[in-house]
Design a protein around this ligand. Sequence first.
Ligand code: GDP
Ligand code: ZN
Length: 307
Amino acid sequence: MSVSGTVISVFRGGCAVVFDEQIHELTLTGSSAVQALVLAVGDEVTFDPDRGVVESQAPRRTELARLRPQAGRQRRTGGAKKVLAANMDAVAIVMSVVDPPFRSGAVDRFWLAAVEGGLEAILIVNKVDRVGQGELPDIVEAYKSVLPVFETSAKGGQGLAELAQGLRGKRTVFAGHSGVGKSSLLNSLQPELRLATGEVSSKTGKGRHTTTAAQWLRLPGGAIVVDTPGVREIATGSLDEDALEQVYPDIEALAHECRFRDCRHDTEPDCAVANAVAEGSLHPGRLESFAKLREEIAALASEARRT
Ligand code: GDP
Ligand code: ZN
């Protein structure tokens, strides 16, 4: 018999799969094609539940990946990218307003990784209980014109109902640095099914060493939310300027009004983007973070050409 299930954690030589609300621990044995599979959380696989072996992997709809474009490192690590989550619909970028402070550079990097993998992005601004009314960082307002933004307090409960609504019917992977409140948010969303990979009963579990358990949660309304440790360290190594444009739709819209078609929004005269910043209609942080990411992409691209 063969059934299909969803991978919720991956370890050396095997994976844990959820099927029929049960976790099955499977090995990658048998054909060399199966042994060579590189699975990620969210992958769909067919497997034989009696033998506990993976039989095949379905093609992916989306991939959230950490890219490693540097040629030198690529040779050493034996691969250009590491897929952290497959078949997700959205990335929820989680930031806190304080402790740690809100960082738009980090938001934009996670968003870029989402765009490149074919996922939507939403922004969760957590710990709003820590600041007074109207004291959110200005840049949060700027994000409201380009992303769905949810202001939440995992502690006080603010915004959680709206967030649950926003997650409905989708598969969302949570991304954000340590300490922003991801675990607290997931705990307060009150899942109807919670599978933590730490709970996997170890039939085959030799050589498995998960430091932090990934979580796979189903919320009312069919939402699936995934928290997987690797996503916390995501950093883009993108070479893709087109993806960059999608992360700065506000700047792109203004760029049509610049005098020069190839305006870099740097020191050019009649730059609509610089004018918008001067007038206060575009937050300066948006342009700063755009310029920084563009520079990084250019540096990576020229390094890739040299090597
Ligand atoms: P994670 O590393 O992103 O999973 O963050 P945690 O959920 O472990 O939270 C880090 C710290 O922030 C903990 O001390 C939490 O109690 C605290 N925290 C999380 N959410 C909130 C919140 O909405 N308000 C406040 N005041 N503290 C929070
Ligand atoms: Zn310009």
